[in-house]
Design a binder for this molecule. Structure first.
Ligand code: GCW
Length: 594
């Protein structure tokens, strides 16, 4: 089971790297010591995994270095795929996928290109990833069968990932005992249900002895779960944990549980509160091999959110933080949006509290892996930050550029990408309010698109002001879910950071930010500035000779930048016009608003 693919060993050996496996070296699992002297790199590790990571590190070295030891901050570093086996009528082959088809599934069948899966495994291992889930958390009828009659296909994928020390996980449906097993219930406390899961799980391990475990989205956006039986999420998770435990498997149980059928008229229900309300009372009740997987923010992967208070509130529960590399709400890989500055700020708060970092992958069968070639940097950095959350996101950007492109392209790429997240934020929904995207595909502006919907994502703009009052004093009480110092910082207008103001407070358009500008003037200024910044990106890229990066890549990026420019102007004009019409307050600089 432990056979690591010899190909990478040969490759690094050819490049002057001496690998030594020394079980007595005192290093823990996956750790390694690396040094380079006189152009020869030496790597020492106790196990093969350490040698694997050390040899990828060797490829990143470009100068002699004294010995240093490296070990992962998070034990589990997982890429999760929202890939469907069958093309879904609405969501397609990959839900929220912007990189072509799936790397694993093709129109109902296993991919015919398993070598590409091996390439992907190598790519992930080079960043430090050690787990992957191969199907969507929304488990439709066909996908559910991966657990039973289509296990052989999962085993084939696992055989490719194993060579790079990556364990395979499956997303499973909580209703599987009914839909696959023919039982009349999926009640986690029913003995027949337990027996069904135990048998199914034993069969999985018969075929895939190093299988990682299950990922579960339960009672969330229509997926089945324990609530139907009056059971808690601890009951549900622990059922699966019990059947996985004998084999060393784990359950990644998602905390993304909220009412997606709420009444927009009801101002007491606050989606931001939901995960904390559901899960914090269960702290201490989860089995030892349950990892509660929490989205990094309380809503849903918006451009700017505070850290989820769940990650600060469950000391007796094993936690994973969930990041989203697929750019569902951040430009869908048509816009350049380098996300690691956001992820680093999340990880700086939660890294010590989580033992797993999970990222929703942005990779697909596209020849550049990620649709937008520059979105590869997000995939790369997600793995590197899971390994070491203290890495500087801009140094990581330069590392990726250096490993990917000729030096002549580096200044242009750096300039295009380093502040691209802030630029995206500037021309889209302002000051942490979120959404304002088109319902359904989530691309492009539609300010009121979700305002009267059941999804719980509102901005409450009227003629006087905008924002969600989530304070304890006068609002939904969400700020009270935070421990100090966050609770007071977010509760008070005097200390709430500008960039999150409208997430926490409803304020008049004339409210003066810490920056000294009014809210309305901030909206106008940032939207003009954001669209201008994109226009500058377009010019910079056009000035780079296609020969430096290759004509095809230059053309691909150029076309996507043109779409980003078009879209940024649309965002600018819709947001500015919307707020001008609501507020009646003119732009201080007299720029054109429609
Ligand atoms: O952001 C939402 C997406 C859904 C996704 C869901 C989730 C897989 O729009 O497509 O479903 O999050 O995270 O479960």
């Amino acid at each position: 089971m432990n056979a690591v693919h010899p190909a990478w060993l040969r490759r690094v050996n050819d490049e002057g790297v001496v690998l030594t496996r020394d079980p007595g070296c005192g290093l823990g699992p996956e750790a390694y010591t690396i040094a380079r002297a006189g152009g020869v790199t030496t790597v020492v590790a106790a196990d093969e995994a350490g040698l694997l990571y050390g040899s990828f590190h060797a490829l990143r070295l470009d100068a002699d270095q004294p010995a240093s030891t490296h070990r992962p901050a998070a034990a589990r570093r997982m890429m999760q795929h929202w890939d469907n086996v069958f093309v879904h009528p609405v969501m397609g082959q990959v839900e929220r996928g912007y990189s072509g088809g799936s790397l694993f599934w093709e129109d109902g069948a296993l991919t015919g290109d398993l070598d590409r899966v091996s390439d992907y495994a190598r790519l992930l291992a080079s960043t430090g990833i050690n787990a992957v889930s191969v199907n969507n958390v929304n488990v439709h009828a066909g996908e559910a069968r991966l657990l039973t009659d289509r296990l052989g296909e999962v085993a084939l994928l696992a055989s490719r990932f194993r060579q790079y020390h990556i364990r395979v996980f499956l997303s499973v449906s909580f209703a599987a005992p009914m839909t696959l097993g023919g039982l009349d219930t999926a009640d986690p406390c029913d003995a027949r249900v337990r027996a069904w899961w135990a048998t199914a799980t034993r069969r999985v391990y018969d075929v895939i002895p190093d299988f990682g475990g299950y990922v579960v989205k339960a009672d969330s956006e229509g997926q089945p779960g324990p609530f139907a039986y009056g059971r808690t999420h601890a009951d549900g998770a622990n059922l699966l944990a019990a059947v996985l435990a004998p084999f060393g498997g784990e359950v990644y149980w998602r905390a993304f549980v909220y009412n997606h059928r709420q009444d927009w008229r009801d101002r007491t229900t606050d989606r931001a509160r939901a995960a904390h309300d559901h899960f914090v009372p269960l702290d201490g009740q989860f089995a030892a091999n349950v990892i509660l997987q929490v989205k990094h923010g309380p809503i849903d992967f918006q451009t700017r959110e505070p850290v989820s208070p769940v990650l600060l509130a469950m000391p007796a529960t094993r936690l994973a933080v969930e990041l989203q590399a697929t750019q569902e709400y951040t430009g869908q890989q048509r816009h350049v949006c380098y996300l690691p500055p956001m992820w680093s700020s999340v990880l700086s708060t939660v890294a010590a509290r989580v033992e797993a970092v999970v990222t929703v992958s942005n990779a697909g069968e596209d020849p550049y892996w990620t649709g937008h070639p520059l979105a590869q940097a997000n995939l790369y950095a997600a793995g590197r930050l899971a390994w070491d959350p203290a890495l500087d996101p801009l140094e990581l950007l330069d590392e990726w550029i250096r490993l990917t492109f000729p030096a002549a392209a580096a200044p242009v790429l750096h300039a295009l990408m380093d502040s691209s997240w802030s630029v995206y934020e500037q021309y889209t929904a302002p000051l942490g309010i979120g959404f304002m995207v088109k319902p359904g595909d989530h691309y492009g502006p539609d300010v009121d698109g979700y305002e009267y919907s059941p999804w719980g994502t509102y901005h409450f703009a009227d003629r006087d002001g905008v924002g969600v009052d989530r304070t304890v004093a006068t609002g939904t009480g969400f700020t009270g879910q935070y421990p100090e110092p966050w609770r007071s910082r977010y509760e008070s207008l005097g200390t709430c950071p500008d960039e999150l103001l409208l997430f926490f407070h409803h304020v008049p358009y004339t409210h003066v930010l810490h920056s000294g500008r009014t809210v309305i003037q901030h909206i106008y200024d940032t939207h003009f500035a954001g669209a201008e910044a994109v226009a500058a990106m377009v010019r910079r890229w056009a000035a780079l000779s296609p020969a430096v990066v290759g004509a095809d890549l230059h053309d691909r990026v150029g076309r996507r930048l043109a779409e980003q420019e078009r879209s940024s102007v649309e965002w600018r004009d819709q947001i500015n016009t919307y707020f001008f019409r609501k507020s009646g307050i003119a732009d201080a600089h007299g720029r054109r608003i429609h």
